[in-house]
Design a protein around this ligand. Structure first.
Ligand SMILES: Cc1cc2nc3c(=O)[nH]c(=O)nc-3n(C[C@H](O)[C@H](O)[C@H](O)COP(=O)(O)O)c2cc1C
Length: 139
């Protein structure tokens, strides 16, 4: 078992360190097979444990905001719901609303990749405001 402070891969140790040090997390995810992409789930799993039980849990009470964009009609709805379920167990402090599912995302950006859809911009602003409020309330 590599999940021990003395044996963890360097990338895992660094991810744990960064997440523990962060005021909050903003996670933008695509959807794979109606769920969380395996790479993201694996990263969360690596930092969700307490290893020796003497360390802090990096995700415990961590303020987190979630968003996603996809050209489909559902815009990562299922991936985001699955991700919220994961953060129940880690006892993370996830922003509940607004939900930011940028469906038909290709219609919301201009040719340079700039987000031009005003509804989406307002949603993102509200999401970040809610995340900031959680961070300030935790401090
Ligand atoms: C294995 C795999 C499964 C996918 N499953 C879904 C899915 O369930 N729902 C969805 O909206 N998009 C799905 N997609 C599309 C991706 O979320 C993404 O929109 C697509 O790969 C385009 O992004 P990219 O240009 O960064 O690869 C899937 C893609 C892959 C490679």
């Amino acid at each position: 078992d590599l999940d021990h402070p003395d044996r963890r891969p360097a990338a895992v140790a660094e991810l744990r360190r960064r997440v523990a040090a962060a005021d909050g997390l903003l996670i933008a995810t695509p959807e794979f097979n109606y769920s969380v992409p395996g790479v993201l789930k694996n990263a969360i799993d690596w930092i969700s444990t307490d290893g020796t039980r003497t360390e802090g849990l990096p995700l415990h009470r961590k303020p987190i905001a979630i968003l996603g964009a996809a050209p489909t009609n559902f815009g990562t709805v299922r991936a985001q719901l699955a991700l919220r379920q994961v953060f129940v167990w880690t006892d993370s402090d996830v922003v509940v609303k607004p939900e930011v599912h940028l469906f038909r995302s290709h219609e919301r950006f201009d040719a340079d990749g700039t987000l031009t859809d005003e509804t989406s911009v307002a949603l993102l602003r509200d999401l970040l405001t809610a995340l900031r409020t959680k961070i300030e309330n935790r401090a």
